[in-house]
Design a protein around this ligand. Structure first.
Ligand SMILES: O=C(O)CCC(=O)C1=CC=C[C@@H](O)[C@@H]1C(=O)O
Ligand SMILES: [Mg+2]
Length: 314
């Protein structure tokens, strides 16, 4: 099978910067790819790297696209290096042929870090969100614990709250957060990546010392890391970002074989990457956990003909 290949660079400014322990993220850059098969069917894919999570950089993805010929084979697509997981995802999902739009999923709403999150959950609740994620490890722990007390006491009884530290806590801080969360097990779903990627053993230790569940995210950003953590015995929650993870078919096969507890998470992609990721999420979310794809207006509204306009640019 041969495909006509073309691609475009896309840059979008967040409405509000995404602030995490990794820093302040203001611009979402990605690459939209178009594949046209011999019957003139068009497949769209999105390469949306997050290099600080361990995926390729945008520059590496652009270099890869630039060196491809205008006509590429299925073999080229299936042979994309594991060092280019966001490219693997985009090219393989471009022709997954999914047209589904109404996935049987529930969604988690991402709250801004700090006290801003206190004023955001209400409107999301009215939109039907029951699960929220709030970033910690951004400010000092004492102010954040104080805001947490206000947030957890204001959330309705049936609400679920996830805390995401992006690896920014010390072991002692993680113990303080887990001790706090163990007092609210009815509302706290999990703490995501409390420690840095190189602290896997300590996170395993914490998962045995506290009742609050721990989820890995940065630790399992791609297939190689997922296999390692699973082989090392991780049986907690796995936050998977399909957009930077790598081959969707390899991920699907692994999850079906080992029945791991998966939460799928956005990489702040456009509708192209989102569609492909949600298709995969609908097949993977065995525990039916809310997916981290709440449409919380991270970007200004896109024009309905944005893709057509993008392709008119050179
Ligand atoms: O998972 C979600 O609920 C939304 C996506 C999300 O939180 C993230 C996406 C990409 C990078 C990070 O800022 C953050 C995360 O760490 O999970
Ligand atoms: Mg995370």
């Amino acid at each position: 099978m041969m495909y006509q290949f073309s691609f475009r660079y896309l840059s979008r400014k967040f409405t509000n910067p995404i602030i995490t322990n990794h820093g302040v993220w203001e611009i979402r850059e990605s690459i939209i790819i178009r594949l046209i098969d011999a019957e003139n069917n068009i497949g769209w894919g999105e390469i949306a790297p997050i290099s600080w999570f361990g995926s390729e950089t945008l520059e590496q993805a652009l270099d890869f696209c630039h060196q491809l010929p205008e006509t590429i084979s299925q073999e080229i697509i299936l042979g994309i290096s594991d060092k280019l997981p966001a490219c693997q995802f985009a090219f393989e999902s471009a022709f997954s042929g999914n047209t589904e739009t109404n996935f049987n999923l529930t969604y988690s709403g991402l709250l801004s870090a700090g006290k801003a999150g206190l004023n955001q959950w209400g409107s999301l609740w009215e939109q039907g969100y029951k699960t929220f994620k709030w970033k910690i490890g951004v400010d000092d722990i004492n102010p954040e614990l104080g805001i947490f007390d206000l947030l957890i006491s204001s959330l309705p009884t049936s609400a679920k709250l996830r805390l995401d530290a992006n690896g920014g806590l010390t072991y002692q801080e993680a113990e303080l957060w887990l001790t706090k969360c163990d007092q609210f097990l009815d509302k706290i779903e999990f703490i995501e990546q409390p420690l840095a990627v190189d602290k896997f053993t300590q996170m395993q230790e914490l998962s045995n010392l506290y009742l609050t569940k721990i989820a890995l995210d940065e630790s399992i950003a791609n297939f190689t890391q997922l296999e390692y953590c699973f082989q090392q015995g991780w049986r907690g929650i796995f936050v998977i970002k399909p957009g930077i993870f790598g081959s969707p078919s390899r991920l699907r096969e692994f999850c079906q074989k080992y029945q791991i507890d998966v939460v799928c998470s956005s990489v702040f992609e456009t509708e192209i990457g989102r569609q492909a990721a949600l298709q995969l999420a609908s097949e993977l979310s065995l525990n039916h956990r809310a997916v981290g794809f709440g449409v919380n207006h991270f970007f200004p509204p896109q024009a309905s003909n944005w893709l057509e306009t993008l392709w008119k640019t050179s």
